[in-house]
Design a binder for this molecule. Sequence first.
Ligand SMILES: Cc1ncc(COP(=O)(O)O)c(C=O)c1O
Length: 359
Amino acid sequence: MSFKHRSIIDTIPSYKQGKPAPKVEGQRSFKVSSNENAFDPLPSVVKAIESHALPHLNRYPDMRGWAVVERLGEEIGVKPENIVLGCGSTEVITQLVQLVAGPGDEVVYPWRSFEAYPIIVAGAGATSVQVPNLPDGSHDIDGLIDAVNEKTRLVIVNNPNNPTSTSVAAEDARRLMEAVPSDVLVLFDEAYFQFNTDPNTSVAMDLFREFPNVVVAHTFSKAYGLAGLRIGYGIAPEDVIDGMRKVALPFGVTDVAQTAALASLDAYDELTDRVKSIISERNRVVAALKKQGWDFPEPYANFFWLPLGEKTDAAAAQFLAAGLSTRVFSGEGIRISIGEAEANDLVIDVCSKLKAAGF
Ligand SMILES: Cc1ncc(COP(=O)(O)O)c(C=O)c1O
């Protein structure tokens, strides 16, 4: 960059957004690259936006999002003072990192994981300490514990982990909490928790009720299908929430997003049915791929991970040619979202051809 700027910015990797569906002559193509909910928006949510939010577009939103915060507080069983909204949980995580970490401070997290973490940490001027996942794609809990030192300001756990879709066991999360000093915050990023069917999974809210240093990040983007509206929330001790609110983007969460979130909470049963059907599609894809002979981590989110190593780029080209944009991590693997049944059929078909070709 030719202008005076913070040199740490030069170290920040640019966020790579999932590519749109490719154009393939004569056939339908699909975007399975961003872990979105493939269902169309709920009619009740669209109607609520039209009647309650659109008429007030000339007004600023309620900065604190009080109606949503109170409602979430009732449903989760915490005080409104324990909840903060953000423009997606990405902003919630940004608020937290801005609050606790700056130059000279360290943020410990598993890697590979959500690719916004290094961007957010570097943006705060702090240092990322990335702890490689175990060969099965799951968090190395002992590695995370060992990485904590006097410079550590935050430890992040991603359950289920993006992109490996692995779940964190309850006893592992507890072991981590018992090892981390109580004045160091531990963030449980549970963006996909509604899809997590692991009977032994850690539930961050249980830990929140027991330990003083737990922060939980949830989102309306995935199970609730509101990725385009940008609304997520953090649950934390009151003083942490106070601090997060100070660094939150003022008026960041729009009235359209708040209205849609409330309407989505009203439509909980309908949305839960959608989550169930995504899980059942996931099970169908996993069973088909296992039958084809693929070996990959059992997925617990709305996506799965194919660890293809050096064959990643060649496989990605095949998905693209078949009309599927996937999320490609060159040299590591491919993350594929569970999409419409037709998209999932196509994924199964491409995987079968790849297997036959020796992948
Ligand atoms: C692990 C994880 N956390 C958080 C997010 C952020 O989602 P949003 O900002 O849409 O709430 C994502 C999005 O892909 C994610 O994968």
